[in-house]
Design a protein around this ligand. Structure first.
Ligand code: ACO
Length: 428
C-alpha cells in the first residue's frame, strides 16, 4: 500500500492525503492546503534548510548519529586506507571505481590539463602580495570561465567532461600559485611525472637551488586528507554550487561561488580558525579558562560541532591517525597538546555532551597542514582542492536531473503593507 500522510486543517476542517515517497513529502503537495480562495496555499518555513531535502542524490551517504560517511556506497575508512585521491575523484564523478585502464586514462587527462593559461597566470600576478590565497583562488576559478567560453554548453557531455578534467587538474596549480605569489616567488610549473599530491607539494616548495624531494609519508598523508574532503552531500558550499549552477551558468562561475561559501569560518575556514584559536590559547594550562569562556557564550570551540554529525566525525578519527604519521616525520606540533586537552575536557563536559558537540574534520587537519609548513591562510584552499571533485560531481548530477529547475526559495513577507511614495522634501 502506498504510504501517505493525512493532514487535517483545523482552519477549514478539510482533510488531505499527501504521498510519502522515500520517507519524504513534497513541499509542493502542501500548496493544496488552503484556508480560503485567496490563500496561495501552505508553505514550509525552514531557515538554514534544517529539514528540507533539495535533491535526490546517489553520491554521498551520511548517518550523522552513527558517524557513517560513504562515497557511492564505499565507507570513507576503506577509501582512506586503499584508494588514492584521483581514484576517489573518479569514483565520485563517474559513480564506480575505475578499472586500471580507466584510471590510467583519467590520470592522463588530469595531468594534461594541469598547467594554467598564460593570461590566467598574468591575472594572478595582479593580486596584492598579501592577498588571502582563498580570495585569489575563488577569483581565479571564476576567471577561468572567461578563458573557456565552451564551458557554457552544460548539456553537452563532451564539454562537461573536459571542464571536469580541467577543474580537477588546475585547482592545485591555482592553489600553488596563490601561495607562491604570497611569498613573492614565481610559479613552479606542474610536473606530470609526480603523483597528484606529490606534484602539488613540488609546485609549492620547489626552489631554484635544489630539486624538491617529495616525502612519501607526507605525500600519502595529503592524499588521505584530500580523500576525506572530497564530498559531504548538501553542505553549504555544495548547495551553493548546485544553487548557482541551477541558473545553467558554466561550472567555473558556479564553482567560484562554491569556493566563496567554503571560505567562511563556519565552513572551510574552520581549520584556519582552529589554528588561530590554539595559538591564542597558547598553553595547556589555559584550556579550562578558554572552555569556560566558550560555555559563557563568548566564542565557539572551533573544529567542534557539525550540522549533521551528532557523534564523532568519522573523518576526524582518520585524521587523528594521519597526524601521528606526519608528526613522526615533521616532529610533534606543540599545539597538539592543547588540542588533545581541549578534546579531553570537552568530551566530558555536559555543555558539549548535551549538545552532541564532537571534534569535526577540521579540528586536527590544521595541525597536520601546519606541521607540513602550509601557512594557515592556505588551509581553506587545501580543502577547496579536494572538494572540487565533489562539487562538480554534485553539479553534474544536478544538470542531469530532470526534476531540477532554477533554485528559488520562497519567503514569508513581514515588511510594510503597501504605502505611497513620499517625495524627499515631505519626509520627516
Ligand atoms: N562551540 C560551542 N558551542 C557550540 C559549537 C561550538 N563549536 N557549535 C555549536 N554550539 C552550540 C550552540 O551555541 C548552540 O547552543 P544553544 O542550543 O545553547 O544555543 C548549539 O550548540 C547548537 O548550535 P547551532 O549553531 O544551532 O548548530 P548548527 O548545526 O547550526 O552549527 C556548526 C553547526 C556551524 C558547524 C557549529 O557547530 C559551529 O559553529 N562549529 C564551529 C565551526 C566549525 O568547526 N565549523 C566546521 C564545520 S565542518 C565543515 O564545514 C567541514
Amino acid at each position: 500500500m502506498a504510504e501517505t500522510l493525512t493532514i487535517t486543517d483545523n482552519r477549514t476542517g478539510k482533510q488531505y492525503e499527501v504521498p510519502v515517497t522515500d520517507g519524504v513529502i513534497r513541499a509542493t503537495d502542501l500548496r493544496q492546503v488552503k484556508s480560503g480562495p485567496d490563500d496561495p496555499g501552505l508553505m514550509t518555513y525552514d531557515p538554514a534548510f534544517m529539514n528540507t531535502a533539495s535533491c535526490r542524490s546517489r553520491i554521498t551517504f551520511i548517518d550523522g548519529d552513527k558517524g557513517i560517511l560513504e562515497y557511492r556506497g564505499y565507507p570513507i575508512e576503506q577509501l582512506a586506507e586503499g584508494s588514492s585521491y584521483l581514484e576517489t575523484a573518479y569514483l565520485i564523478v563517474v559513480g564506480e571505481l575505475p578499472t586500471s585502464d580507466q584510471l590510467e586514462s583519467w590520470k592522463g587527462a588530469i595531468t594534461r590539463h594541469a598547467a594554467l593559461p598564460e593570461n590566467i597566470e598574468k591575472l594572478m600576478e595582479g593580486f596584492q602580495q598579501d592577498a588571502h590565497p582563498m580570495g585569489v583562488f575563488l577569483s581565479t576559478v571564476g576567471a577561468l570561465s572567461t578563458y573557456y567560453p565552451d564551458a557554457k554548453h552544460i548539456s553537452d557531455e563532451q564539454s562537461r567532461s573536459t571542464q571536469i578534467h580541467r577543474l580537477i587538474a588546475k585547482v592545485p596549480t591555482i592553489a600553488a600559485y596563490a601561495y607562491r605569489h604570497g611569498i613573492g616567488q614565481p610559479l613552479n610549473q606542474p610536473d606530470g611525472n609526480l603523483s597528484f599530491t606529490g606534484n602539488f607539494l613540488s609546485m609549492l616548495f620547489q626552489t631554484k637551488e635544489a630539486k624538491y624531494k617529495v616525502n612519501p609519508v607526507l605525500e600519502k598523508a595529503l592524499d588521505v586528507l584530500f580523500i576525506l574532503h572530497v564530498d559531504h552531500e548538501q553542505n553549504c558550499s555544495t548547495s551553493a554550487m548546485r544553487g548557482i549552477g541551477s541558473s545553467q551558468v558554466d561550472p567555473y562561475s558556479a564553482m567560484a561561488g562554491a569556493a566563496a561559501a567554503l571560505y567562511g569560518p563556519l565552513h572551510g575556514g574552520a581549520n584556519e580558525a582552529v589554528l588561530r584559536m590554539l595559538n591564542e590559547i597558547g598553553h595547556v594550562d589555559k584550556v579550562p579558562a578558554f572552555i569556560k569562556r566558550v560555555k559563557a557564550g563568548e566564542g565557539r570551540l572551533m573544529g567542534f560541532g557539525h550540522r549533521v554529525y551528532k557523534s564523532y566525525d568519522p573523518r576526524a578519527k582518520i585524521i587523528k591517525r594521519t597526524a601521528d604519521e606526519v608528526f613522526e616525520v615533521t616532529g610533534r606540533n606543540p599545539l597538539l597538546d592543547i588540542a588533545l586537552e581541549l578534546e579531553r575536557i570537552a568530551l566530558q563536559d555536559d555543555y558539549f555532551v548535551s549538545r552532541k558537540l564532537y571534534p569535526n574534520v577540521d579540528f586536527y587537519s590544521g595541525l597536520i597542514y601546519e606541521a607540513m609548513k602550509f601557512p594557515v591562510t592556505m588551509f581553506p584552499v587545501m580543502f577547496a582542492i579536494a572538494r572540487t571533485s565533489g562539487w562538480i560531481a554534485q553539479w553534474q548530477e544536478m544538470v542531469l536531473d530532470s526534476e531540477q529547475k532554477i533554485s528559488r526559495p520562497r519567503q514569508i513577507y513581514l515588511g510594510s503593507a503597501r504605502r505611497d511614495y513620499v517625495t524627499i522634501a515631505k519626509r520627516t
